[in-house]
Design a protein around this ligand. Structure first.
Ligand SMILES: Nc1ncnc2c1ncn2[C@@H]1O[C@H](COP(=O)(O)OP(=O)(O)OP(=O)(O)O)[C@@H](O)[C@H]1O
Ligand SMILES: [Mg+2]
Length: 246
């Protein structure tokens, strides 16, 4: 297998400074490879470090030992645990998508643009292009096209069009989660991280998410997910990684 992701001997402990520096070992030598088109489900009891590993993969947490290699389309590899913050931000825009249980978006940004923006970030207009910097036409055309695709995906996820123009802050849990899912799936990410993507969804929308995950697998994304819903897990996971054994 040519892995997209190669987690090699990762150890991480939290130091609890408010409790006299008590050390809490959470990841104790985790090794895992994930190839294109695979969906690995992290399973194991609560508190064993599944979400912590996700946060390490998203570049939010450092590790004490080991490496999290992302093999990029260009052929080079980068250790997500040690990449520079600006590299992490660039990877998050273009190669890594993370669907968490909770949506974080800018205040006042309409739901449609929360999703559409992901496409514009992933494919920014070439700043070197020989264009008049005051001419908004190419940007507006790209925005229009991105909004069209965003709307199609939100419709597929049964989000009522009346909500598309509103900021998601006041949406229900399931509505916010669907905006988050649309944002995570609209652009094929090389590495897709899913932390409980169906937790607040009804059966019909769970089925849409299962389809989206299948499509992402076919497009060659490497997927790492936490799915407490066993039906969803059984239908999408190509493999399980058990935290009780690591
Ligand atoms: N930022 C942090 N600082 C200190 N301890 C933390 C931190 N984040 C997580 N922990 C601790 O690390 C352990 C693993 O937490 P984590 O959230 O990764 O578990 P999990 O496997 O995702 O559990 P669940 O299935 O309940 O979501 C827990 O004991 C938790 O209290
Ligand atoms: Mg968790």
């Amino acid at each position: 297998m040519n892995p997209v992701l190669d987690i090699a001997g990762v150890r991480k402990r939290f130091t609890l400074h408010l409790r006299d520096g008590l050390q809490l070992p959470v990841l104790d030598g985790v090794s895992l490879q994930v190839g294109a088109g695979e969906c690995v489900a992290l399973v194991g009891p609560s508190g064993r470090g599944k979400s912590t590993l996700m946060k390490c993969l998203y570049g939010s947490y450092a590790v004490d030992e080991g490496a999290l290699w992302l093999h990029r389309a260009s052929g080079e590899r980068i250790d997500l645990a040690r990449a520079e913050p600006r590299q992490i931000l660039a990877l998050r825009r273009r190669e890594i998508a993370y669907v968490s249980q909770f949506l974080r978006s800018l205040p006042r940004q309409p739901a449609l643009d929360v999703v559409a923006e992901r496409l514009l970030e992933a494919d920014p207009t070439d700043p070197e292009a020989d264009a008049d910097p005051l001419d908004d036409t190419p940007y507006l055309a790209a925005l229009e096209a991105a909004r069209e695709r965003a709307g199609a995906l939100l419709a597929r996820l049964n989000l009522p069009p009346g909500l598309w123009g509103l900021p998601p802050a006041t949406f229900s849990g399931g509505e916010q989660q669907r905006v988050n899912i649309a944002r995570g799936f609209i652009e094929p990410a090389r590495l897709l991280l899913l932390d409980e993507p169906t937790a607040s969804l009804d059966a019909a929308n769970r089925r849409v998410v299962i389809e989206l995950i299948e499509e992402a697998k076919r497009r060659g994304s490497a997927i790492v997910g936490i799915f407490h819903d066993e039906e969803v897990r059984d239908s999408v996971a190509t493999r399980r990684f058990d935290f009780t054994e690591s």
